[in-house]
Design a binder for this molecule. Structure first.
Ligand SMILES: Cc1cc2nc3c(=O)[nH]c(=O)nc-3n(C[C@H](O)[C@H](O)[C@H](O)COP(=O)(O)O)c2cc1C
Length: 172
């Protein structure tokens, strides 16, 4: 790690890890509210606020998605799952949703929780069958499309940091 200035926000960013094992402790309503508000307060292109989020702590619902998508255990038994959808055909829809996901992940970390971004159900949720079934189930309009999910909970592992490629930074 290069020398950086440390404070609470920066350390939260640097210490977030994708966690792939969770206890079954549920999140409190205020934890969920805080995470969702932080996601909602992400910036969006021309302030169009194109991201919709659907949150669940219904284990059966997440398990049904795993079954439908053929992705057994994709959420690592996290008790909470947030679906992030973008308005279709909006130039910045996917970017806006991704920014909301990261705000949510950082808010979770700041609350002492852990998370992992989930893209592996993308192909299923974007398929005709996945859109028809799940957008109805989640009460999302047809002109929205899935971007990413976030599994959130109390982590039951402490993964090693994955080194970052410093060559990805260009100084001119
Ligand atoms: C767009 C995107 C999709 C991802 N999809 C998955 C996924 O489906 N399953 C999973 O376990 N991790 C997924 N991840 C997490 C990455 O594997 C993880 O961020 C990366 O390995 C770096 O590790 P770190 O988050 O601990 O720094 C995804 C991350 C991103 C940004």
């Amino acid at each position: 790690m290069q020398a950086v200035i440390h404070n609470e926000v920066i350390d939260t960013i640097l210490e977030r890890r994708s966690v792939r094992a969770y206890t079954d402790e549920r999140l409190t309503e205020s934890e969920i509210q805080t995470i969702l508000q932080c996601a909602l307060w992400a910036p969006s292109g021309m302030n169009q606020q194109t991201t919709r989020m659907a949150v669940t702590q219904e284990a059966a619902l997440i398990a049904e998605l795993a079954e439908d998508a053929g992705r057994n255990g994709f959420y690592y038994n996290a008790p909470c799952f947030i679906f992030f959808y973008a308005k279709k055909e909006n130039k910045w829809g996917a970017c806006n949703a991704a920014l909301a996901v990261q705000n949510a992940a950082l808010a979770a970390k700041a609350l002492g929780l852990d998370s992992v971004v989930i893209g592996c159900v993308y192909d299923y949720l974007k398929s005709q069958e996945g859109e028809q079934k799940w957008q109805k189930k989640l009460a999302l309009p047809e002109d929205y499309e899935f971007v990413l999910g976030l599994a959130v909970g109390h982590g039951a592992e402490t993964p090693q940091a994955k080194p970052r490629n410093q060559e990805n930074i260009i100084w001119k």
